[in-house]
Design a protein around this ligand. Structure first.
Ligand SMILES: [Cu+2]
Length: 156
């Protein structure tokens, strides 16, 4: 093997490795992992999820993190056909979102205290139904009135 031939072989080998790692990075970059904290107190007041609104892409995950104890995350409104989720109290839960649309979730013990959050996956294809669901939730609130309505203003 000549020196030039050897160099060319090494170059094509490097090219193959670079190509493979580009594919790997492209696949890895597609799905993002988001964290929603469950808090006793936060920027929006008592009993809140932070951030309470998230815009994510299909395939992304959200981990509901009980930063403070005694909270959970339970889906209350989803695009049709999506399986509901409900975490145990004070236990983290990671949910993978694949179907586009608006998702509304609550903390089960604090569902009347405005501990609610909204996630939009891709685009708000079910916005009209979500706004109706949010309005029904708003009517039941004993504390933090107006919070779900304010969060829903992000939903176009
Ligand atoms: Cu709670």
């Amino acid at each position: 093997m000549t020196a030039i031939h050897k160099e060319n072989t090494m170059k094509s080998c490097l090219r193959a490795i670079l190509f493979a790692s580009t594919l790997f990075l492209a696949a890895g970059a597609h799905a993002a992992d988001h964290v929603v904290q469950e808090l006793n107190n936060g920027p929006d007041g008592a009993f809140m999820f932070s951030p309470s609104y998230l815009l994510i892409q299909p395939g992304d995950t959200v981990t509901f993190q009980p930063t403070d104890q005694g909270h959970n995350s339970e889906s209350v409104f989803m695009p049709a056909g999506v399986a509901p989720w409900k975490s145990e109290l004070s236990q983290p839960l990671t949910v993978t979102f694949t179907k586009p649309g608006v998702y509304i979730y609550q903390c089960t013990p604090h569902n009347l205290f405005g501990m609610v959050g909204v996630i939009v996956v891709g685009s708000a294809v079910n916005a009209a139904d979500a706004k109706q669901a949010a309005a029904a939730i708003e009517k039941k609130q004993l504390m933090n009135q107006g919070r779900i309505t304010a969060i829903m203003k992000n939903v176009q």
